[in-house]
Design a protein around this ligand. Structure first.
Ligand SMILES: [Zn+2]
Length: 239
């Protein structure tokens, strides 16, 4: 039988308390804005290791119920989000929209680069591998009623939270910001602390320092509203 003396018992307690301190990771601004400094696994669809493992478990269990879950989009870098933004901005401006109009139209579905939850390696857009994959994957009609991914969605409604995955932009009619995205799930255990750290970032300074079309029209007041509605008006379980 092992006996602990009081001093060694205290040392063990001290070590345990230190382990606990180390487990509270603080994420850097670069990690939170898709500019590196984040450990990811996977080749095409990159995620943080813990998220990837939770997803694999969910995917395997869903398969037992004949639901084949597939990732449409996982981690996205700042650069990738910037390409999406700049391409959309140029298109809308060429169609005659004002800069403000173009920005409003982009943020109905796309985030301002640096502010995407896809930068965190915790969030995924999911589809079901079905025989007739529609050309346009991520539209609401695919997931509701008798839509092609509706079996998947019903399975997720029942099971996803058991694996730690929560819908972010839910169907609540009172919700502002991004529209309903029945495909976008977040791994709460990691994305919750990341959101808290993200809110400490000076977005005004960040967006002025990057090469982003129309960024001079993104005012501090606009960013405040965007933060309240698009970043914070999400599924209450993730706040
Ligand atoms: Zn998404």
């Amino acid at each position: 039988m092992i006996k602990f003396s009081l001093p060694s018992f205290l040392i063990v307690l001290l070590l345990l308390s230190r382990i606990n301190t180390f487990s509270q990771v603080n994420y850097s601004e670069l990690a939170l804005t898709g500019r590196g400094d984040l450990e990811l696994v996977g080749t095409q669809d990159k995620l943080q290791k813990e998220v990837f493992e939770a997803f694999k478990k969910m995917q395997q269990d869903a398969l037992k119920d004949s639901i084949s879950i597939k990732i449409a989009s996982a981690y996205r870098s700042f650069d990738r989000q910037q390409e999406i933004w700049n391409r959309k901005y140029e298109t809308y401006i060429s169609e005659g929209l004002t800069p403000q109009g173009a920005i409003e139209k982009i943020i109905a579905y796309s985030t301002i680069p640096g502010t995407s939850r896809h930068h965190w390696g915790t969030d995924i857009d999911l589809i079901e591998e079905v025989v007739n994959i529609p050309e346009k994957l991520l539209t609401e009609e695919n997931y509701i009623n008798k839509g092609v991914f509706s079996n998947f969605k019903r399975w997720m409604d029942k099971n996803s939270e058991k694996y730690g995955f929560y819908l972010v932009y839910d169907a609540s009619i009172d919700r502002k910001g991004f529209k309903y995205e029945p495909w976008h799930y977040s791994y709460k255990k990691l994305s919750h602390p990341m959101l808290k750290d993200f809110l400490k970032i000076d977005l005004v300074a960040l967006l002025q320092s990057v090469n982003l079309e129309g960024n001079k029209f993104i005012t501090p007041a606009f960013l405040q509203k965007y933060t309240n509605e698009n970043i914070l008006d999400i599924n209450p379980k993730l706040k």
